[in-house]
Structure formats: structure tokens, C-alpha cells
Design a protein around this ligand. Structure first.
Ligand code: L14
Length: 257
């Protein structure tokens, strides 16, 4: 293995969590840390879906206002857990109306008309692995080793599209107007924020799209320099496939393949 990958020059963009925190493997979201693809040694890791959409929205704010803390709750679609989890939601919903019992095959609990605060496995600190991915991967992608991320990841009965309620504390003060302006000019972000006309991002609208959608931008009431927002993206597109394709395009652009 040389710096250009395997002997034949192939590069692997890996969508699993296996190599993401490996010091020798770049973890890349092209809107945030495109240059990191340059030091790959044959593998580039594609981050976790919930982390990708969050950093696309947070990084432009971080660059200008220095984010210290993030508190995030996710509302994750079943498709993240695969085709059998999609079947779980479908079949269990049908069974519910037919008065029948359905035993979930992929998800750890019943998902129809329910919310499950459990994604991936539980760890020693009582967070789940999914929640700790948001902590660790955010730091690595944003090159921000001191950011504290406290996540609660929940599964909701939605087929496609993860939603996230995100609250940040910044070092420098930030107004919602400033945040809206920053995000309107940010790569890969679409601001949909007109609550008086019932306009805010929702998974059903965002499914099938490649961008990260942000709305409900408002001053937070718990932190001095606090801001809250609602972030939605298609977990299979920007959260997985689109991001991987963008990484491949970067390799071509930089002449690395
Ligand atoms: O890429 O929704 O780390 O169950 C593992 C769990 C993707 C989503 C990852 C889920 C994930 C997933």
C-alpha cells in the first residue's frame, strides 16, 4: 500500500463504522473537510448519516462563531437500519390495524406508532454507539477536538429522512438572523424557515433530495450564546450514497485517482 491506495491504485470509500475513527483513515464530508481526502492510504471513511447532516449545518457556523457545545436529539428513519427494518414498519403498521401481532425482525422494539430511544448498541457510558458516533465523528470531521456533543438518538416511524433538533452554544454571540445568513450561503444547505406559513423541513418533503435542510432557527433559551434549529436530510442520500459519490468526485477533482 502506498499513499495512492492499493498497488493497482484503487481507493475504497467505506460506508461502515469500522474505520471511521482510525487515525490513518480520513473521515470526510466534502462541504466540511474536503482536503482530508488527500492523505488517504487506500481507505476513506464515509461518516454516520446523522453526523453528516449535522456537520453540514454546523460547520459554517463554527467557522465564524466557534461552537463549544452541541445538544442534539435525532428522529431517525427506519431505512437506516436496512430493508428488513423498512419491512418491520410496513408489516407492523398493517398488523396493528388488522388487530394482529407482529414480531419485529430488525428493530429492537415495536416501531409502529412508537418511538424507540435505541440505535445501534448500548455502551459502558449508557450512551448508544450511534450517539457516540455523533460525539467522536463531529470532532474529527470539523477538526474540533474540544467540541462537546451530547446526543440522544431515537428511531421514529418514518421510512426515509432523519430529523434532528440541534442546540448549540457558541463562544461568540450569534443571532438567528446571522445564522440564517450564514446557512443561506453555506454549501449543500437549503434554509426553509418560514414558520408563520408552516414552512420548515420535514422528512416526507426531503426524501429523495441531496441537500441538508435547516429551519426553526431561533435563539435558544437555555444558553447565553445559544441557538436552536431543526435539521433534516435524506439519510440514504446525503447521509450515505450522495456523500460517498461526492468523495469519489473529490478524488477525481484533486487528480488522486
Ligand atoms: O453508518 O440507522 O454507523 O440503524 C449504523 C446504524 C447507519 C444507520 C452507521 C441505523 C449506521 C444505522
Amino acid at each position: 500500500m502506498g499513499s495512492s491506495g492499493c498497488r493497482k491504485g484503487a481507493v475504497v470509500i467505506d460506508n461502515s463504522s469500522a474505520f471511521r475513527m482510525d487515525d490513518d483513515v480520513p473521515l470526510v464530508v466534502p462541504e466540511v473537510n474536503p482536503e482530508d481526502v488527500k492523505w488517504h492510504k487506500g481507505i476513506i471513511a464515509n461518516p454516520n448519516c446523522s453526523t453528516i447532516q449535522m456537520v453540514v449545518a454546523l460547520y459554517p457556523i463554527h467557522k465564524e462563531k466557534n461552537i463549544k457545545k452541541v445538544i442534539v436529539s435525532t428522529y431517525q428513519a427506519v431505512s437506516g437500519a436496512g430493508a428488513t427494518a423498512i419491512k418491520d414498519l410496513e408489516e407492523e403498521t398493517r398488523a396493528y390495524f388488522e388487530g394482529k401481532y407482529y414480531y419485529p425482525e430488525a428493530l429492537p422494539n415495536h416501531i409502529a406508532f412508537n418511538v424507540i430511544p435505541h440505535i445501534d448498541v448500548f455502551l459502558d457510558n449508557d450512551f448508544t454507539k450511534e450517539e457516540m458516533k455523533m460525539f467522536n465523528e463531529t470532532r474529527k470531521i470539523m477538526h474540533a477536538p474540544d467540541i462537546r456533543v451530547s446526543a440522544t438518538c431515537a428511531r421514529v416511524p418514518v421510512f426515509y429522512g432523519h430529523s434532528e433538533a440541534v442546540t448549540i452554544e457558541t463562544e461568540d454571540p450569534i443571532t438567528p438572523e446571522e445564522a440564517r445568513e450564514i446557512l443561506k450561503n453555506a454549501p449543500g444547505v437549503i434554509v426553509e424557515d418560514d414558520p408563520s406559513n408552516n414552512v420548515y423541513p420535514m422528512p416526507i418533503e426531503v426524501a429523495g433530495k441531496d441537500e441538508v435542510f435547516v429551519g426553526r432557527i431561533r435563539k435558544d433559551l437555555a444558553f447565553e450564546n445559544g441557538l436552536s434549529m431543526w435539521v433534516v436530510a435524506d439519510n440514504l442520500r446525503k447521509g450515505a450514497a450522495t456523500n460517498a459519490v461526492q468523495i469519489a468526485e473529490l478524488l477525481v477533482e484533486y487528480g488522486l485517482v
